[in-house]
Design a protein. Sequence first.
Length: 221
Amino acid sequence: MDLFSRSWTALRTAVAEVPDEDFERPSGCTGRLVRDLVCHLVIGAQDVLITLVTPADSEPTVDAVTYWGIVEPPTGEDPLEALIPRLAAAYGEPRWLKFHLDDVGSAAGRAAQLADPAARVSTRDEVLTVGDFLSAYVLEWTLHHLDLIAHLPSAAKPPAEPPAEALAAVRATLETIAGTSFPASFSDKDALLVGTGRRTPTDGEKAALGGFSARLPLVIG
């Protein structure tokens, strides 16, 4: 749960520091601008709040790792995904998106700190403990933190990256999902970027990956 708080705080801080003019830049999510990504984060914060107040009595069906799985790449036909760019544009000015994320995001952060990690909650037709749910969300926050800063200018002040411990934890999760470890020569950040298709591997990285490269990218959902 501590890693959830650190990764979420780091991401919200990074969003707050993005200049307004950079909200129109592309993010690391294909087809999404930075403003679209921030709108998606607002929805993510709402999901955290909703899940934390959706108790379950049955036994857990997933944990922090099995909550995620490898899915088909998005086709653009998901109604919610199609809504996000229109909703983001409706905010008009970046400051209102920043305000909404700070408002809802702060509430989600406080709710996470107050929640009982052993309690069971329900989401996506699955049951898991609060601790596992929040741990699962570290993957969401960390990958989207990388998406946020993917194309931001870094000449004056390099954008802050996700916490090192979050990068390491998400790499371990991704390797467990894939059933294969990335080469030791890969940094945690590069393992996530290459592994999820956010960056094309170099020839040297392809060679190091061996047969694993044919299974990439791993689309997690």
